[in-house]
Design a binder for this molecule. Sequence first.
Ligand code: ADP
Ligand code: MG
Length: 273
Amino acid sequence: MRVLAIANQKGGVGKTTTAINLGTALAAIGENVLILDLDPQGNASTGLGVDRHARRFSTYDVLLGEKALASVIQPTAVPRLSIAPSTLDLLGVELEIASRRDRAYALKSALEGLVAEASDASEPQAFTYVLIDCPPSLNLLTMNAMAAAHSVLVPLQCEFFALEGLSQLLSTVEEIRRTLNPALSIHGIVLTMFDQRNSLAGQVVADVRAFMGDKVYDTVIPRNVRVSEAPSHGKPVLLYDLKCSGSQAYLKLASEVIQRERRYRIADPVLSE
Ligand code: ADP
Ligand code: MG
């Protein structure tokens, strides 16, 4: 099971869209995927068709330690794609667990519990990928995600200030590596909402590639109206319109993610265990 935190402290850069659609694309090519919604806004849950009223228990109960992760997971309309939904209660979680010594490891323990349960039951459907949709802030929720993850996937919107927030995010990852999770790596940076007609966007892509080198995925996600329409139908764009440029880009990204995983496993014997 590989755990990827989809993080960027800026809002509106495509974290949730990437969690939903990369998750769907990975499921479409045979992976068993869990999307963990750690944003109190719950957009990943809504975008996957989980109605607010259908979220009796959520990642909030899991972080508090009151529910096992397995018990809040729900199936979606996509085969092999499940979701652990969030609710607005998550807004309070920071205060509620602030005094606990292991507060940054709440999610990590929940995921360990899930793995133990799956191997007990020799579950054939064990998850191969967990994608964590982080809130737009470097708060305790995002710290929990980074403490539990093998790596971080960073969506970056193709706009003028794209690089500005990136260095803060990179130093946070560095800090987490020093303190909570020495094995944490940057999986990659995905450029989102690329608009061909905007000459500035091409310059942003070139700048980010110059700064971050091969950490940047080859796949660039285009700005595509079908991508933004899909959530209001409670569907990933791949179910809404498979042929559109956004769906095709997320399928390409999924195969790149898997390719990188293989490369990392070969390069790092610890990861291949
Ligand atoms: P975040 O989770 O980082 O806040 P979202 O994934 O919710 O960002 O995206 C912000 C907004 O941009 C949403 O309305 C979403 O539908 C839209 N959006 C994201 N990616 C694309 C895209 N490739 N093309 C068009 N609209 C997009
Ligand atoms: Mg979001």
